[in-house]
Ligand binder design. Structure first.
Ligand code: NAD
Length: 255
């Protein structure tokens, strides 16, 4: 069975993707900063009889990303599928946006995907199979105010996705980005509070008037929908689907 490395795999969307892959029998390396990462890995391994490793690598440190990929290659044999999922957010008007938040978001949401892809690339190339799945965002395709670093980083992921698709094509390495609308995860829970402050609204007004305003389907996107698309992208049959920005955004980017 193939092996999957998922960054930010111990929370929210990444954990949902991890559960879906484990249920199909894939072995996993879950990266993430949650202190209960090792327990999550143990629990998933026992539930689905697969190998699950945990790495607390800090994605702001390229050498830790390389060590994480080496760990997966040593313990699982190889990395067949890379899911660049980890991400952070900060919401503030541009003139108040802290420089350290800009640097952190560019580093985790964008540069880490380059370092991880570069590290798994030689193995994927030599085996003639690779699947790189970037969890981008509707904000890789559209902008919103107060999210200068996040929108910039996610648009950068669009470029990275397309270049990796072109360079990967001769080696059966595909690279695609899933672009979700709003998903109710810990990242969004924190944003509801921050947005309320920035827009001077109540939290329920933020959900209705800011978040779901842009989605034609007035529901949060489900983690299951994203995980199922990731499962498909990882298959052999998806070899011609590459370089695509795939929205699951309730019609947001149709506008
Ligand atoms: P989350 O906060 O639940 O999970 C984020 C994960 O990233 C956590 O496991 C965290 O430990 C990890 N992480 C953060 N910084 C890290 C670092 N420096 N090193 C290693 N790991 C780190 O968030 P989520 O909502 O599940 O988001 C996952 C991805 O989906 C992100 O890229 C996010 O931008 C994207 N996304 C989320 C939504 C949404 O509405 N929730 C919408 C579109 C896109």
């Amino acid at each position: 069975m193939k092996n999957v490395l998922i960054t930010g795999g111990t929370s929210g969307i990444g954990l949902g993707i991890a559960r879906a892959f484990a249920a199909k029998g894939y072995n996993l390396l879950l990266n993430g900063l949650e202190p209960n990462g090792p327990e999550i890995a143990k629990e998933l391994a026992a539930e689905h009889s697969v190998k699950v490793l945990h790495s607390p690598a800090n994605l702001m440190k390229p050498e830790q990303i390389r060590e994480m990929v080496s760990l997966a290659e040593q313990e699982l044999g190889q990395v067949d599928i890379l899911v660049n999922n980890a991400g952070i957010q900060y919401v503030a008007p541009v003139d108040e946006f802290p420089e350290d938040k800009w640097d952190a978001i560019i580093s985790v949401n964008m540069s880490a995907s380059f370092h991880a892809a570069k590290a798994v690339w030689p193995g994927m190339k030599s085996r003639g199979f690779g699947r790189i799945i970037n969890i981008a965002s509707a904000h890789a395709l559209r902008a919103s105010e107060y999210k200068i670093a996040y929108v910039t980083a996610k648009h950068g992921i669009a470029g990275l996705t397309k270049v990796l698709a072109l360079e990967g094509a001769p080696h059966n390495i595909t690279c695609n980005a899933i672009c979700p609308g709003y998903v109710r995860t810990p990242l969004v829970e924190a944003q509801i509070a921050d947005q309320a402050k920035a827009h001077q609204m109540s939290e329920s007004e933020v959900i209705e008037k800011v978040m779901l305003k842009k989605q034609a389907v007035k529901q949060f996107v489900t983690i299951d929908a994203i995980a199922n698309l990731a499962l498909y992208l990882a298959t052999d049959t998806a070899s011609q689907l590459t370089g695509a920005m795939l929205p699951i955004d309730g019609g947001w980017s149709a506008q």
